[in-house]
Design a protein. Structure first.
Length: 211
C-alpha cells in the first residue's frame, strides 16, 4: 500500500484554519477519502498535556527556549504515535499546524532563529508535509477575530509578536513555493474553501498518477 498524503494548514491565530479544515474534511470524506484529522500542539494524550502546559496563561514565567522544546516534544510524540502510523496505513492526514508554526512563532516571533529548525528536524525525523495551505490575514484582523473568546497565553502577546509571525510566514512561503500554497484569508469562507478544494483535488490526482 502506498503512503498517504500529508496536508497541513498554517497561518496566524484567527486566520480561519479550523473553519476550512472542517469543510475540507467533509468534502474529502464524502468523496471516499480516508481522512485522519489532527492538530498541534496536541494530537496525542501526551501532546494534549503538553498543549495545556504551553497555553496555560498561569505559565507566564515560561522561558522561550522551554516553550520551543515543548512544542518540539509534542510534535515528536505526534509524529511517532499518530501521524506516521496513519500515513503508513495509506490515510490522508490533515494537520492543523505543524513544524512551520514553530519556525515562525518560535523562530521569528520569539527570535530564537535557526536553533528551532534544528530541534524540530530531530522531532519530525525526516517527515515533511506534501502540501501546506497558508491562510494569511494581517495581524490586526487576526486579533480582531479571536478577541471575543478566552485568550490563551500566546494569544495575549502584543502586536509586535503578531507582526513578526506574519512576516515569518511570508518569508517561509518564499522559501518553499512548491509546497506552500498561500491563500488570502480575508476572502470569504466559501471562496477560500473552493480554492483549497481545487488545489487538493489536483494534488491528490497528480499523486495517484505518479508511477
Ligand atoms: P483559526 O483556527 O485559524 O484560529 P478559526 O477557523 O477558528 O481560525 O476562525 C477564527 C474566527 O474567524 C471564527 O469566529 C470564524 O468564524 C471567523 N472566520 C473564519 N474564516 C473567516 C473568513 N474568511 N472571514 C471572516 N471570518 C472568518
Ligand atoms: P490554538 O488554540 O491551536 O490556535 P489556533 O486556533 O490559532 O491554531 O493554539 C495554538 C497556539 O500555539 C497558537 O498561538 C500558535 C502557537 N504555536 C506555536 O507557537 N508554535 C507551534 O509549533 C505550534 C504548533 C503552535
Amino acid at each position: 500500500m502506498s503512503r498517504g498524503a500529508f496536508i497541513t494548514f498554517e497561518g496566524p491565530d484567527g486566520s480561519g484554519k479550523s473553519t476550512q479544515i472542517r469543510q475540507l474534511e467533509s468534502y474529502l470524506t464524502e468523496k471516499g477519502v480516508d481522512v485522519f484529522l489532527t492538530r498541534e500542539p496536541g494530537g496525542t494524550e501526551i501532546g494534549e498535556k503538553i498543549r495545556h502546559l504551553i497555553l496555560d496563561p498561569a505559565n507566564h514565567e515560561m522561558d522561550h527556549l522551554t516553550e520551543a522544546l515543548l512544542y518540539a516534544a509534542s510534535r515528536a510524540q505526534h509524529v511517532a504515535q499518530a501521524i506516521r502510523p496513519a500515513l503508513e496505513q495509506g490515510r490522508t492526514v490533515i494537520c492543523d499546524r505543524f513544524m512551520d508554526s514553530s519556525i515562525v512563532y518560535q523562530g521569528f516571533g520569539r527570535r530564537l532563529g535557526t536553533q528551532v529548525r534544528i530541534v524540530n528536524e530531530i522531532a519530525v525525523a525526516g517527515l515533511v508535509p506534501d502540501l501546506t495551505f497558508l491562510l494569511l490575514v494581517d495581524p490586526i484582523e487576526g486579533k480582531r477575530r479571536i478577541s471575543d473568546g478566552f485568550l490563551d497565553r500566546l494569544e495575549r502577546e502584543g502586536m509586535e509578536y503578531y507582526q513578526a509571525v506574519y512576516d515569518g510566514y511570508l518569508q517561509l512561503a518564499k522559501e518553499c513555493p512548491s509546497r506552500i500554497v498561500v491563500i488570502d484569508g480575508a476572502s470569504t469562507i466559501e471562496e477560500i474553501q473552493n480554492k483549497i478544494r481545487q488545489c487538493t483535488d489536483r494534488f491528490l490526482l497528480d499523486r495517484e498518477r505518479r508511477p
